[in-house]
Design a protein around this ligand. Structure first.
Ligand SMILES: C[S@@+](CC[C@H](N)C(=O)[O-])C[C@H]1O[C@@H](n2cnc3c(N)ncnc32)[C@H](O)[C@@H]1O
Ligand code: SF4
Ligand code: SF4
Length: 431
């Protein structure tokens, strides 16, 4: 027991299926007995076990050694020196998925849209760029199954580009240049026709449909250019996809003014739109990318949504998902951009530029891209002391590049709150 120190980040799955989260900030929520807590709390001041024992009254020191040994057996201590939290983390991830912005054009005019509101001159990918992009991406799928995700603006406006991509890729699969990929898409679904339905069914598309809640809420935000709401058209077409047996799910973008209603919106959407999974997009400012929402409240509400999702046996994908994954598997998040499997979905803009998320912040063309791109994630001094550092991964590099700011305070409030919320609601996540 000589060189042990309290491990600052540990998830312990107890014998009765309970999860205990232990770090300096969350000790109070740990599911251990009061004698264990006394010892663990002592590590806040003395990092060395001997000093911890000495800090106890003489009459309690023998018992303290016993409890300390028990905690050690439970895996609460680490013998390795803690690794310093680097100030700059270089992001050079592996890419297993491509989000292709076929066009920035859209038939809707959603008020906070980060694509249509952000640009004066909406562009469309040319045939030549599309073909170059597809030829280049094929090489990523030779030994791994990659994903092509069609995006926009509204991707269905360029159904011709979707067909061309699938034709080229299917040809590459036939000639064994690549493994059959996944095809996915995010759409407002208002343009759907029978021809498209047959095509999506034949090619096993998985389709994400954006709906911001019930008709009265959705139609405040997801509107046509003439101000008419899109709810009825999207709902009608959603059922056509379901009837055709196409894997379909919903994406909800919450709006700050309706945050309190999110659990109700979520339940209602589950009832109206049959879906095995629901994605909750984190709302951010269309230009600066700053989180457009109270981070603390958002964390509390997302935990409520996880509870509702579990009850209804559906999965939920949200800003809480990578955190839950990292806690459940005791994995530190070194950067905020990667998926749970350590890969990222890179985006390709209409002009063929490659960025490491849905935002268009990089001017390197995919065709000129060789090897790995190094993107620095600059952490601020608060990060090294922050209780959420291992589940957060640090500030978002796209936010830093686009806004010119170092840190998004609402995101930090979210990260710090969600850690505590998960600890307090450990039973929901225990499975
Ligand atoms: C940009 S749209 C493109 C695909 C398609 N037009 C659609 O609406 O599904 C993709 C997703 O981004 C979401 N979105 C748009 N602007 C956003 C913002 N400022 N914050 C968060 N999500 C946003 C939309 O609600 C939609 O679910
Ligand atoms: S439908 Fe999609 S691309 Fe079009 S304005 Fe709305 S969020 Fe933006
Ligand atoms: S929550 Fe904020 S301060 Fe904490 S690690 Fe993340 S970015 Fe840094």
């Amino acid at each position: 027991m000589k060189k042990i120190s309290a491990h600052p980040f540990r998830v312990y799955s107890g014998s009765r299926g309970k999860i205990t989260i232990f770090d300096e900030e969350t000790l109070n929520y740990a599911e251990v007995g009061s004698s264990h807590l006394v010892i663990l709390n002592a590590f806040k001041i003395a990092r060395d076990p001997k000093k911890v024992i000495i800090s106890m009254p003489l009459s309690k020191q023998k018992e303290a050694w016993r409890v300390l040994k028990e905690l050690d057996e439970l895996g609460f201590f680490s013998r390795s020196k803690s690794i310093p939290y680097p100030k700059v983390f270089n992001l050079n991830p592996d890419i297993r998925a491509f989000r292709i912005a076929l066009t920035e054009e859209c038939n809707l005019k959603c008020p906070e849209c980060f694509v249509t509101k952000n640009r004066n001159n909406l562009k469309t990918m040319s045939h030549a760029t599309l073909e170059t992009v597809i030829k280049k991406t094929i090489s990523y799928g030779t030994s791994e199954k990659i994903t092509y995700h069609f995006f926009g603006g509204e991707p269905l406006i360029r159904f011709d580009h979707i067909k061309r991509t699938v034709d080229m890729v299917n040809e590459a699969v036939k000639t064994r240049k690549m493994i059959k990929p996944f095809y996915t898409m995010t759409t407002n679904l208002t343009f759907l026709n029978d021809n498209m339905i047959r095509f999506f069914k034949k090619n096993d598309f998985k389709i994400g449909v954006s709906i911001d809640g019930p008709e009265n809420i959705n139609n405040k935000f997801r509107i046509y250019k003439n101000g008419r709401g899109s709810f009825k058209d999207t709902k009608h077409n959603y059922y056509r996809l379901i009837k055709a047996g196409i894997d379909t799910h919903v994406l909800i973008t919450p709006h700050a003014g309706f945050l309190d209603q999110l659990p109700k919106i979520f339940r209602g959407t589950l009832k109206t739109f049959p879906s095995k999974t629901i994605t909750i997009n984190t709302p951010f400012h269309y230009r600066s990318l700053a989180w457009n929402i109270d981070g603390e409240k958002y964390a509390q509400i997302l935990v409520k949504l996880v509870r509702i999702a579990r009850k209804n046996k559906v999965t939920i994908d949200s800003a809480a998902s990578p955190i839950l994954f990292s806690l459940a598997n005791n994995i530190k998040r070194h950067c905020p951009c990667m998926f749970n499997n350590g890969y990222i979905m890179a985006s390709i803009s209409t002009e063929g530029h490659l960025s490491f998320c849905s935002q268009n912040w990089n001017d390197v063309l995919l065709t000129n891209f060789k090897g790995k791109m190094n993107i620095p994630i600059k952490r601020i001094s608060q990060c090294s002391k922050c209780e959420a550092r291992h589940i957060c991964g640090g500030p978002c590099p796209a936010f830093q590049i686009i806004s010119g700011k170092e840190i998004d305070r609402q995101k930090c409030r979210f990260m710090q709150t969600i850690l505590k919320e998960i600890a307090m609601n450990a039973k929901i996540f225990g499975e």
